[in-house]
Design a protein around this ligand. Structure first.
Ligand SMILES: *Cc1c(COP(=O)(O)O)cnc(C)c1O
Length: 398
């Protein structure tokens, strides 16, 4: 087994250079901790970017994977897959959804949603009804379709031409959304809380207003809950905070507690527009990932994880606000549950690098917003430890 610097040198030779990686080689994890190839310990407040919601290697998820791995790893979606059926039952029982399409990632879930809204609307209203309105500062994935949907130029550079049929409006402005509607508009796609765009929580009443506008104009409402679903905000799904339901919701990241999975949850009559042969995925909803998904949702719903997320979200926010009072370069704290952003008037990237050197994993979005998305099982003691590290770094900034 190589040490960290040997692994980094080997990776430099043969791994595609698509990520600006930090010099960290994690090899083991448990709860909110990671250990690197040199045996060094880290406190993880990034959680694989909101994936490890139950912490690393949650014993019930690991047991479900081990058990399923020994029975059946994969079979085709030409056949019926019990684990996939059970996972769909749980998702529909706890949401607005009637049916679920399974895939392997957030981008794929959004691709399924975009195919659904186009096909349904064209069949119902005519050939030209294919435009989707999304938000500025949104993030929907890295495929050609989902970078076209994303309201940020930086993900599109070099990849033109984009898929036609997207319009972007400021997030949180219902009037702007209304003005962007044309006879060709078929759907609106939004993150209920924007993650990559800087942890942006919409103003109260915004999502209700969007729902109403969609109803008035016959538009399908899609919520991308890839980052903020699965308990991250303190409710199972982020839309529950706003008293509105979408017609389609996409999930991925935390749905199986670590292993790759994606899902599009949707209601009738929309979802049945995707009939046999219209969409598919070789691996989507395979027995192994679906078994991990069932175990993950059961822990989320039955083991007090959502309650802990609410309590620890409140506590983390209070502790971050204390730092805001003491350090003038902290300009805002925002978020919901355990997705919290701290906006800085200084470079956030440098803070992330210093945190890593001190054994703390956090990240920075849009250059100046520190993002805290720890496992939802995080404790007060771990939050205190994180705050102490951050305080030490901030004290050096003066
Ligand atoms: C991460 C993310 C995606 C993309 O998910 P992948 O699994 O990386 O394809 C899409 N939407 C949102 C809101 C995300 O945070």
């Amino acid at each position: 087994m190589s040490n960290s610097s040997e692994w980094i040198a080997r990776g430099d030779q043969h791994i595609a250079k698509t990520y600006g990686r930090y010099p960290l080689v994690p090899v083991r994890g448990a709860g909110c901790r990671l250990w690197d190839a040199d045996g060094r310990e880290y406190l993880d407040f990034l959680a694989g970017v909101a994936v490890n919601n139950l912490g690393h290697c949650h014993p019930k998820v690991v047991a479900a994977l081990q058990d399923q791995a020994a029975r059946l790893l994969h079979c085709s979606n030409y056949y019926h897959i019990p684990q996939q059926i059970e996972l769909a039952e749980i998702l529909c029982a706890h949401s607005f959804g009637d049916r679920v399409f399974f895939c392997n990632s957030g981008a794929e879930a959004n691709e399924a949603a975009m195919k659904l809204v186009r096909k349904y609307s064209r069949e119902k209203y005519g050939e030209n009804r294919f435009e989707v309105i999304t938000a500025l500062a949104s993030f929907h994935g890295r495929t050609i379709g989902t970078i076209s949907a994303t309201g940020q130029e930086k993900v599109k550079t070099g990849f033109a031409p984009m898929v036609p049929g997207f319009k972007y409006v400021p997030f949180g402005d219902a009037q702007a959304l209304k003005s962007a509607i044309s006879p060709n508009t078929c759907a609106v796609m939004l993150e209920p809380v924007q993650g990559e765009g800087g942890v942006n929580v919409p103003p109260a009443g915004y999502l209700q207003a969007v729902r109403q506008i969609c109803d008035e104009h016959g538009l399908i409402l899609v919520f991308d809950e890839v980052q903020v679903g699965c308990g991250r905000t303190g409710k199972l799904f982020a839309y529950e905070h706003d008293g509105v339901e979408p017609d389609v919701m996409t999930l991925a990241k935390a749905l199986a507690g670590g292993p790759p999975i994606g899902a599009m949850v949707a209601r009738e009559p929309f979802v049945s527009t995707l009939g046999p042969g219209t969409h598919g995925s070789t691996f989507g909803g395979n027995p192994l990932m679906a078994a991990a998904g069932i175990a993950t949702l059961k822990v989320l719903l039955e083991d007090g994880v959502l309650e802990n997320c609410v309590a620890m979200g409140d506590y983390l926010r209070i502790r971050l606000e204390e730092l805001q009072l003491r350090y003038p370069f902290v300009t805002a704290i925002r978020g919901r549950g355990l997705i919290l952003g701290m906006e800085l008037s200084i470079d956030g990237g440098e803070i992330v690098t210093k945190a890593l050197q001190r054994g703390l994993l956090i990240n920075c979005t849009v250059g100046c917003v520190l993002r805290f998305v720890p496992p939802l099982i995080v404790s007060r003691a771990e939050i205190d430890e994180m705050i102490a590290i951050l305080d030490g770094i901030f004290a050096e900034q003066r």
